[in-house]
Design a protein. Structure first.
Length: 166
């Protein structure tokens, strides 16, 4: 929990997490929430220090089949489309942390197309207003759910003209 009193990992204690590494499954039970942090910020705060809105939780845990086997699980939540594939690799000598972890995430491409200044301003007035109204609905949905959207640039918006969704 942070200064605003929000909690994103309520009731996660006793949650069972199944993991697979190198085709070896293991199942873990979350015991105690050790820490929770989230990043949500205003457009001004984002301008000062750009970050993706996300919530992070750290839990002590034990292996389901052997309660003496203890560990720590870190959970990261952020808004993203469906995860299709993950690849774990190691940074080479040119990486910022040679030998450090490198993760690739393949996510499903959402419907629609990315907006930019040129595309938006090439639309007629009625279509621009439709986009504005869809953006307002999406923004208000996020804010009413307690999220402060980040990455405030038109190039980060995906417009689905067919469904009228942002």
């Amino acid at each position: 929990m942070d200064d605003n009193g929000k909690e994103f990992f309520v009731g996660w204690e006793s949650k069972v997490i199944s993991l697979h590494s190198d085709n070896i499954p293991s199942t873990w039970v979350l015991d105690e929430k050790l820490a929770e942090l989230y990043h949500q910020h205003t457009a001004y705060e984002h301008h000062l220090r750009p970050r993706v809105a996300a919530a992070y939780g750290t839990f002590s845990c034990h292996e389901l089949s052997d309660s003496s086997s203890k560990g720590i699980i870190k959970a990261f939540m952020h808004s993203a489309p469906k995860l299709l594939h993950v690849k774990k690799d190691e940074q080479d000598h040119t990486g910022p942390v040679p030998g450090g972890l490198l993760h690739y995430l393949l996510i499903q491409r959402p419907p629609g197309k990315y907006l930019n200044q040129e595309i938006f301003w090439s639309m007629d007035g009625q279509n621009r207003n439709t986009v504005r109204n869809a953006f307002k609905r999406a923004w208000l949905n996020c804010v009413s759910a307690g999220f402060k959207p980040a990455m405030s640039a038109i190039e980060n918006l995906i417009w689905d003209a067919e469904k009228g969704n942002m």
